[in-house]
Design a protein around this ligand. Structure first.
Ligand code: HAM
Length: 412
């Protein structure tokens, strides 16, 4: 688990606001469910997934309830849907931390943030296109270029059951690592995810899900692909894409970054989970969504040299060598007028305060010494050039009554 300190934290906030802009423009509203839920909410993610069996931060609380810290949002959103029966289609977005007891490494943490969207109550393949394209648009807005979109359809539960049986038979007859044999016993689909060299031949020769689709699934997936193509969103169909959670049906997709290690290259992913609401005790309701890893996507931004939010700096730094009360009054007046302002404390020397002013990144210093205090004036000294100062870089002595106006004159 990591600390995110300023100025990096400002970038995280901007990340979320860009995401909110993109999805709110498409009719999504923010949901804020609790971080802690009944353990049973998350076991619906799939009894055969690592997220449930190995990685959950769960405990028994003081009231003897078995609870868990959220490892992902989809189950929480479906639980909230069952509880509040909103009108459908219910389009929500979210942003915040998740917890998974994983082995920490670059791009993989035990507390990590996701932003995402979920839509409940619509089966329309054009909704799949909208959801996938919104994620794509967001990466684009960040400035990321090295992102690949891969899509697949897992079929309906019946298609999938026939496929899983064929897959199981194929892998049972193949050469596999002992780890993959273990995975096979729990979930044959996950063997397709194996990146181990010894499994490569078995994975490459595995049956393909597309050969098991019903007509309805095939048609749904064909419309999704045609829709993405007509929006100009580039994608690859990857028949071996399975994703790590068990609730998926039909359309699934992943956004992969080009700069991270292959085990951490999924910047985000999602898909349809048409049975999850029912599993949580609600009516049969289709659902689709995605979640993007904030930590990982920001690493990809670093690697590509994009989305570097500039450090937040105040506009004005007030230097007061008369004891500090003038700085109190001036910063207060500036802030009240909407001009950001900071100051030094503890009656430091002029030199030390000017150093602090410089370090603060402020564009202008307002200086009050005993002469200025007596004369009812202040010195306005530009610290950095702004467009408005091209003609005159020098400092001005201004009357305290004109101070705000003079400062605003030199600020961009
Ligand atoms: P997920 O694939 O488990 O899907 O996670 C989505 C993204 O969260 C990953 O692609 C990755 O960027 C990030 N992520 C996951 N685990 C970690 C970690 N330990 N450290 C850093 N980043 C991580 C879901 O969570 C589904 N709920 C997505 C979804 C929404 N499907 C339908 N709707």
């Amino acid at each position: 688990m990591r600390d995110i300190l300023p100025p990096e934290s400002a970038r995280w906030r901007r990340f979320t606001s860009v995401f909110a802009e993109v999805v709110e423009a498409a009719g999504y509203g923010q949901i804020i469910p609790p971080i802690l839920e009944d353990f049973g909410v998350f076991t619906r993610i799939g009894e055969a997934t690592d997220v449930v069996t190995k990685e959950m931060y769960d405990f028994v609380d003081k009231g003897d309830r078995h609870v868990a810290l959220r490892p992902e949002w989809t189950a929480s959103v479906c639980r909230a849907f069952v509880e509040h029966h909103p009108l459908t289609p219910w389009k929500t977005w979210y942003s915040g931390p998740n917890f998974r007891y994983e082995k920490p490494q670059r791009g993989r943490y035990r507390q990590f943030d996701q932003v995402g969207i979920e839509v409940l109550g619509a089966d329309d393949p054009y909704l799949d296109v909208e959801v996938i394209a919104l994620g794509w648009e967001f990466f684009h807005r960040l400035g990321l270029r090295r992102v690949d979109l891969i899509v697949n359809s897992l079929g309906e539960p019946d298609d999938r059951a026939r496929y899983v049986a064929a897959l199981r038979q194929h892998f049972e007859e193949s050469e596999l690592t002992s780890e993959s044999r273990e995975t096979l016993a729990r979930n044959p689909l996950r063997v397709l995810d194996s990146k181990r060299e010894h499994d490569a031949a078995a994975v490459a020769g595995a049956p393909r899900i597309a050969d098991f689709y019903s007509t309805a699934t095939a048609e749904h997936f064909a419309i999704v692909q045609a829709g993405l193509a007509s929006l100009g969103v580039p994608f690859t169909v990857e028949p071996r894409l399975v994703r790590g959670l068990d609730y998926y049906r039909r359309t699934i997709f992943e956004y992969q970054g080009g700069t991270l290690d292959s085990a951490q290259n999924a910047l985000g992913g999602g898909g349809r989970y048409d049975g999850l609401v029912e599993d949580l005790g609600g009516p049969s309701t289709p659902g689709i969504g995605f979640a993007l890893g904030v930590d990982r996507t920001l690493l990809a931004c670093d690697d590509e040299g994009v989305f570097d939010a500039p450090a937040a700096a105040v506009s004005v730094f007030v230097v007061d060598t008369t004891g500090g009360e003038q700085a109190l009054l001036i910063t207060d007046a500036l802030r009240a007028a909407g001009v950001s302002a900071d100051r030094a404390y503890e009656g430091r020397s002029m030199k030390s305060q000017m150093k602090a002013a410089d370090r603060s990144g402020a564009l202008v210093a307002v200086i009050v010494g005993s002469n200025e205090l007596e004369a009812g004036t202040a010195v306005v000294r530009p610290l950095r050039t702004t467009d408005k100062q091209l003609d005159d870089h020098s400092q001005h002595v201004v009357s305290r009554t004109d101070l705000l106006e003079s400062v605003q004159k030199v600020l961009p």
